[in-house]
Design a protein around this ligand. Structure first.
Ligand SMILES: Nc1ncnc2c1ncn2[C@@H]1O[C@H](COP(=O)(O)OP(=O)(O)OP(=O)(O)O)[C@@H](O)[C@H]1O
Ligand SMILES: [Mg+2]
Length: 228
């Protein structure tokens, strides 16, 4: 399901500040340097509010650093054209913490939505979505709307969606946080499988099952990486 070679990603002195109401700024990520080699499996742990989601969004190119840079496969995303940036980000994927989905669209459409701009016919999209949903034990919710899924089911559907693109670099934000042990094990297996097929994996997690599988665990504290 996953392409053969992973992509590397690197944060260099990355800082991300958010403006707060009183006119000051809070640094959710306060100067992080992290190099994730092609094909690596890195877990990011840390307390709630330590900056994990913010860091993942920066590494995944969904957000821009206030200062510092993010290099995807050695290329600074801020220094290329928009079109080039989009092209470079295409083989990457992210599983959001809340399993965000488009409301009202059936689960299979949500899972295969990224294939629409590529012109993949509907029947094929449905087939691919069904296969991806089966890998996360969700074959029974293919035609349901995302609103009718439990939090854990939504999270697994989000994983199916990310895997459909056979990403070479995959980010997963606390992918097992809403899951019962059995489903968590499935998600760990699926992610480990993507990694075994060559994808680079960066997972934010507190889950010991996940941390045990990662080759490297880093910890965030108040927006910074604690030395390993
Ligand atoms: N858009 C925003 N505006 C203002 N502050 C923000 C914003 N996003 C995040 N923050 C703040 O930045 C800090 C880090 O948030 P982040 O979501 O990255 O933490 P986290 O480690 O993922 O936490 P959790 O384990 O609860 O998911 C928090 O204090 C949060 O309130
Ligand atoms: Mg988070």
């Amino acid at each position: 399901m996953t392409a053969q070679t992973g992509l590397s990603v690197e944060a260099r002195e990355v800082r991300r500040e958010f403006a707060v109401r009183d006119g000051t700024a809070v640094a959710a990520v306060a100067g992080v340097s992290l190099s994730v080699a092609a094909g690596a499996f890195v877990a990011v742990r840390g307390r709630s509010g330590s900056g994990k989601t913010t860091l993942l969004a920066l590494l995944a190119g969904l957000d821009h650093p206030t200062s510092g840079s993010v290099l995807l496969d050695g290329v600074d995303l801020a220094r290329v054209s928009r079109a080039e940036r989009t092209r470079r980000l295409r083989p990457t994927g992210i599983v959001f913490q809340n399993g965000a989905a488009v409301p009202r669209l059936p689960v299979w459409e949500n899972v295969s939505i990224g294939l629409v701009p590529l012109g993949v016919p509907m029947a094929e999209r449905r087939q691919l979505a069904e296969a991806a949903l089966e890998t996360v034990a969700l074959q029974h919710v293919v035609a349901r709307r995302p609103e009718a899924l439990s939090a854990g089911e939504r999270q697994r559907a989000a994983l199916a969606r990310a895997l459909l693109h056979s990403p070479r670099l995959l980010f997963a934000d606390e992918p097992t946080s809403n899951l019962d042990p059995e489903s968590a094990e499935i998600v760990c297996d699926v992610l480990a499988g993507a990694h075994a097929s060559g994808a680079t994996l960066v997972v934010a997690s507190h889950d010991e099952r996940m941390l045990a599988r990662a080759a490297r665990v880093v910890e965030m504290r108040e927006g910074r990486l604690v030395s390993e």
